[in-house]
Write a protein that binds this ligand. Sequence first.
Ligand code: G3H
Ligand code: 13P
Ligand code: ZN
Length: 315
Amino acid sequence: MIVTTDQLFKLAYGKFAVGAYNINNMEQTLGLFEGNIKSQAPFIVQISKGARNYANPKMLEAIIRAAEELYPEAVFAVHLDHGDEQTCYDCIDSGFYSSVMIDASHEPFEENIAITRRVVERAHAAGISVEAELGMLGGVEEDIAVDEKNAMLTDPDEAKEFVERSGCDSLAVAIGTSHGAYKFAGSQGLHFKRMAEIQKNLPGFPLVMHGSSSVPQEEVARINAAGGALKGAKGVDADQFAKAVPLGVTKVNIDTDGRLVWTRVHREYFRDHPEGFDFRKPGKIFVPAYADFIAHKNEKLLSAGTLASVREALS
Ligand code: G3H
Ligand code: 13P
Ligand code: ZN
């Protein structure tokens, strides 16, 4: 059942974070639905511009609609990840998406507000909610000065002004995470103090944490042992999600970790079967491995086991 992102956020706020997982193909989609049913969690299917270019928006929609039929128990929203203005409009007009993200965080503050405001107007007229981003997502290294470190994080006063003036429904904040497999040089964690300050200024308002993959060291080691060359890859400690939930983090974005599962399965398969060329063989290993990964992540996000109560609240 496709629901609105707002509905999920209202039920999740302060209790659990909704896992937002990127998909690009059929195998990921099957594993994603399987894992969420296995762990009894609601979730968000995220589609990036890159995914739309790779798989074609129509193909992605068809795959998701097929998964919805195959897994009638699933409760999920469909979200555009890191959209530009035109892609947001395309998704709003498609009638398929529950929410869009307008990422104008690279623009100056006023321009970010203006672009976000335009998208909000179009989206709200269509009953769709909007995630915006404020701040520079990036790993904050341990050895830089405190002032410099703070300047890289989302400013709580700016966050309040941004939300009020743009009308966005949720906000991606920079609180120490970054995209990809190389997040921190040291043992950097999340900036809980800053999260608490943002929440104080925006009580009850859903905050989004991008760049939240954990980059498990065991996974990296297995990839490298099977011919990979991921040097110094590092991610967010998944045990910290539970601490972020009461501070207003309602959506947690995870993509890289799923790519690592895919890479590990396929590298190991072809290393162990150099004669192989039937891609369905590693595909059959990948789908349940991805499902296990999703189920494990949902435990960390505290969304595991909430599906029955979510379904009841929405009925
Ligand atoms: O934050 C970006 C997501 O990981 C999506 O990545 O743009 O390569 O599809 P992508
Ligand atoms: P990761 O690269 O940490 O998986 O982050 C994904 C993300 O933020 C998607 O928007
Ligand atoms: Zn992101």
